[in-house]
Design a protein around this ligand. Sequence first.
Ligand code: CA
Ligand code: CA
Length: 99
Amino acid sequence: MKNPDGLDKIKELAINKFKKFDTNHDNYLDLSEFGPAFKAMKKLPDLAPEAIQKAMDFYDKNHDGKISKEEFQELVIIGLQYHVYLDDKRHGRIESFCF
Ligand SMILES: [Ca+2]
Ligand SMILES: [Ca+2]
């Protein structure tokens, strides 16, 4: 990554969003918490439950059935790479793309 400051900012942003969606505050997103988070991030409010389950399986790297902070950060970074690339010199816009 060309801009480590930008990446740190994304990771910090991801943690803030993670806390918002972790409604029972157990430091993990289960499927019922991950669904709203993923739909908001993808801006796809009508996403099918099967698609959410698939996404969850994909990002749940250690397959414990829940998304940790680290897994969520990775999701956000992967999800934003395209936009980061587009907005390379204008990192201020990243936040408006995410959630
Ligand atoms: Ca939780
Ligand atoms: Ca996991």
